[in-house]
Design a protein around this ligand. Structure first.
Ligand code: USQ
Length: 414
């Protein structure tokens, strides 16, 4: 297999060199996928992205719009090449189709595709973002529940079989979610917990209890990965990520057309991104229920860092390594107050509303997750400062005329 060597040191696995490192990004057109692709390409990796435009199709079908138009994945890759001289290879394909997934890991097919071009080798790392990522989408009705279950589980299953059959040394970095744990009344460990029962001890996956069908698929994904690790010695890092906020990454400074897809609607937008858009158009911030719902949050730039550090220091074969990928926790009320404070200092009026919660979730609860593992492997967190919020206001303000008030809240009830 054509892969750089890895070496073991101080309990971690390090790579000998980054030269020719090939990284495959599944779901490379999405909110996180495209910035991840540019980040690795910038660092000199050979990057291939795969996507079936699921999110774009969902935006059209559900009529929810985006903050600004985004060029197709192929156009973005061409633009990236023209601006940086670096190549991001694009495959448009549906990864629920096992043949599409397997073709990405089968060196016979890869060689024949490359023809006279340089064969970049089987992926040393695969980043798996190719999922339906929205809790409300998964609960619109039975049809969207089925799409979520089918898409997310089939893609994950296709991935573990393709890696097992063709490229068992490939490090799988899979995006999990903090929502797998729910909001238990005990401290949340990083993936694993030692349980003592009747005088004996063992290590188990931390108890999971999802509050949407989307989050349930993420639990099932983790179980599929854990199965692959136990049965076939796969190497897997599972990143339990909280809601992400932010727009710009270092690559956006090169050209604004490289900006990631940005949704602010109830279905595909996440809370902080939504609140800023709402504030810009003088729509009262949509805090659900009492607003005591507390989650771990993360700047989009830290997602890139976390994935990069996980790639540099991969899991061992036969290891399911789990990190909680958050940098700080806030309640919905705290986020609304932060947005209100910064928005008002910039001249926006910013009112806060408490809507009847469309979701079934605890609105007041204990929340104490650990999140040390990624810092231990070198991640340097960026926190949610007033300056970060102000920067987001400035970008969103440029697209004020595109913001549709009718998509901000429709009320998808659990
Ligand atoms: N919320 C509001 N008002 C809003 C939107 C959300 O109060 O307008 C509340 C929700 O009720 C929830 C919290 O904010 O308690 C977070 O909601 P969200 O929509 O920002 O995030 P969520 O549905 O949990 O899902 C998002 C991503 C998902 C990722 C997850 C991480 O869409 O892909 O897995 O964040 S986590 O929440 O930790 O599971």
């Amino acid at each position: 297999m054509d892969m750089p060597q890895r070496k073991h040191q101080q309990g971690l696995v390090y790579k000998e060199s980054m030269e020719m490192s090939h990284i495959l990004i599944l779901g490379g057109d999405g909110y996180l996928g495209w910035p991840t692709a540019m980040h690795f390409s910038n660092l000199g990796y050979d990057v291939t992205v795969v996507d079936n435009y699921f999110r774009r199709h969902a935006c059209t079908e559900l009529d929810v719009g985006m903050l600004y138009p985004v060029p197709s994945l192929i156009e973005r890759a061409k633009l990236w090449h023209s601006l940086t001289g670096k190549q991001i290879k694009v495959v448009i394909g549906d990864l629920t189709d096992a043949h599409v997934m397997r073709s990405l890991f089968d060196s016979r097919i890869q060689y024949s595709w490359a023809q006279n071009k340089r064969f970049t080798g089987l992926p040393e790392t695969v980043v798996h973002y190719a999922e339906q990522p929205s809790a409300p989408y998964s609960l619109i009705n039975y049809k969207y529940a089925n799409i979520t279950l089918t898409n997310n589980l089939q893609v994950t299953n296709n991935l573990i079989f393709a890696v097992r059959d063709f490229s068992p040394d490939t490090h799988i970095i899979k995006l999990g979610t903090m929502g797998e744990y729910g909001t238990p009344n005990i401290d949340i460990e990083e993936g694993w917990i030692e349980i003592e029962h009747n005088g004996r001890k063992d290590n188990f996956l931390f108890p999971r209890q999802a509050s949407s069908l989307y989050h349930t698929t993420k639990i099932m994904d983790t179980d599929l990965m854990w199965f692959g690790v136990r049965m076939w010695n796969l190497r897997v890092t599972d990143l339990m990520q909280g809601p992400v906020y932010g727009i710009d990454t270092e690559a956006t400074a090169i050209n604004e057309k490289l900006r990631t897809i940005f949704n602010y609607d109830e279905i595909l937008g996440t809370i902080l991104n939504r609140f800023i858009v709402q504030a810009v158009v003088d729509y009262p911030l949509t805090v659900y229920g009492k607003g005591g719902q507390t989650r771990g949050y993360l700047n989009i730039n830290d997602t890139l860092q976390c994935v990069h550090m996980s790639e540099l220091k991969p899991a061992r074969q036969g290891e399911l390594r789990i990190f909680n990928q958050i940098t700080e926790t806030f309640s919905a009320n705290e986020l609304a107050e932060k947005v209100q404070k910064v928005g008002r200092s910039m001249g926006y009026s910013v009112q806060i509303d408490h809507l009847k919660n469309p979701r079934k979730e605890a609105e007041e609860h204990y929340y104490n997750p650990k999140y040390q593992g990624l810092v231990d492997i070198g991640v340097k967190p960026h926190y949610l400062t007033d300056g970060v919020i102000e920067g987001m206001f400035r970008v969103v303000g440029c697209f004020k005329k595109n913001i549709r008030r009718d998509v901000i809240f429709r009320g998808i009830n659990w």
